[in-house]
Ligand binder design. Structure first.
Ligand SMILES: [Ca+2]
Length: 419
């Protein structure tokens, strides 16, 4: 069965079929590997050019024992590991296929057959291939969206605040409010940030177990209680356009989210329609380069903006901003009595007043040089994860999901679920 399918592929495959194919029978009939493909999580093995796929072992020891005694794949123990990724997240595969595409040719038969063997499943209609770890790249389709010159991210009006801690109207246009329906009541219980016309980045703890409650995103809000938000500029009154409320198509929680230890606390919400960028609704930038990723550790003062929205509701009617200092991880290890990995940032503490204004799931941000542009852009380096709700009681620094460590997950997840 496998050989026949490979032969078919070699005879017919066109580059455009690699990603979304209709010519071929469902993969389940080709490969007798049943599993759920979770983007970037499902490991696969490369051995002598043959890719075989295995679900990532939950219990590694037990799994290894199984492999040793019941190994039923064509190769022996794998030579090296890869991961199941969308086609455009694997550099070597994308290069080879694009090459053929440019030349207007079919993929050579031997490579097509290799691709067939490297197929590890279909996720939301997008084919996934086993990609050796060294060849995994930030998804090229998502990156070209982020790098497009019309993609106006992180454009902030001013760091000056209008009134005390109040943020100037429309100056943080990526701020999103997450709306939940609970016990017959509709409330904002978390925040998030817009990262594209279709996606909101937030914390997994704002979504996990709440998929049925969390039903709407509000964008372009400033003062929650007033329908029209305005500011006085000299004699003129300037008003922001109305807010946009939009439904949610998909709740995408990180596959390794650990609710008990609050690890991998990151989630994406796919909106049920695109929301065009406008004056008061724009995306924040992400730390998509290695340089920006490293920058996260060098910033001394971050900004947190929000309505103080937590599981208990909002503490402020109007959007506020606070400055929070980066702390060594040891400060959080001490406070939370556990190791703090690189996938988290330790921020805040000390000034009690300051650390209370972020939203759970909201962005930890700082202006940074972005893709060689002259004016600094606001970049989301962290997601409010843990500890912020204890403000006002004890002076604890907060733990934030280190977004730079998850850009691969973000881009792979966006690619797999449609831009
Ligand atoms: Ca309002």
């Amino acid at each position: 069965m496998f050989l026949i399918a490979a032969q078919e592929l070699a005879n017919f495959v066109e580059p455009s079929d690699i990603e979304r194919g209709s010519l071929y029978p469902p993969l389940s009939s080709i490969r007798n590997v049943s599993m759920n493909i979770a983007v970037g999580v499902t490991k696969c093995a490369y051995d002598r050019g043959l890719a075989s796929t295995y679900p990532e072992p939950q219990d590694k020891r037990k799994w290894l024992e199984n492999q040793l005694y019941n190994f039923n794949y064509e190769s022996s123990m794998p030579a090296s590991w890869g991961q199941c990724t969308p086609f455009s997240s694997c550099r070597t595969i994308e290069e080879r296929v694009t090459e053929a595409q440019k030349a207007g040719q079919k993929v050579p038969a031997d490579y097509a057959s290799y691709l067939q063997k490297a197929l590890c499943g279909e996720f939301n209609g997008v084919r996934h291939f086993c990609c050796p770890t060294a060849n995994i790249q930030h998804n090229s389709k998502v990156m070209s969206l982020f790098k497009d010159e019309n993609f106006d991210c992180g454009n902030f009006l001013s760091q000056r605040v209008a009134n005390g801690y109040e943020v100037k109207l429309s100056s943080r246009p990526w701020m999103a409010l997450l709306r939940y329906q609970q016990f017959g009541e509709s409330r904002f219980l978390c925040g998030g940030a817009m990262i594209s016309e279709r996606y909101i980045l937030t914390a997994a703890h704002c979504v996990h177990g709440l998929q049925n409650d969390l039903y709407e995103i509000r964008l372009g809000e400033h003062r929650i209680s007033t329908e029209e938000d305005c500011r006085q500029q000299g004699r003129k009154k300037k008003c922001a356009p109305p807010v946009v409320n939009v439904g949610i198509e998909k709740h995408l929680i990180h596959e390794k989210y650990d609710a008990r230890h609050i690890m991998h606390d990151i989630a994406l919400l796919k909106l049920n329609r695109s929301v065009p960028f406008q004056k008061h609704i724009k995306p924040i930038c992400l730390p998509i380069t290695d340089e920006l990723k490293e920058k996260a550790e060098q910033i001394s003062t971050y900004f947190v903006t929000g309505w103080g929205t937590t599981e208990n509701g909002s503490s402020s009617d109007v959007l506020l901003q606070a400055n929070v200092p980066l702390q060594p991880r040891s400060a959080c290890s001490q406070a939370y009595r556990r190791a703090v990995p690189l996938s988290q940032l330790c921020v805040g503490g000390g000034d009690l007043q300051d650390s209370c204004k972020g939203d759970s799931g909201g962005p930890l941000q700082a202006p940074a040089q972005y893709l060689g542009e002259y004016a600094p852009k606001m970049v989301e380096f962290g997601i409010v994860s843990q500890g912020v709700v204890t403000c006002g009681q004890i002076s604890l620094p907060g733990l934030y999901t280190n977004v730079g460590e998850y850009v691969q997950w973000i881009t792979d997840t966006m690619a797999s679920n449609g831009l």
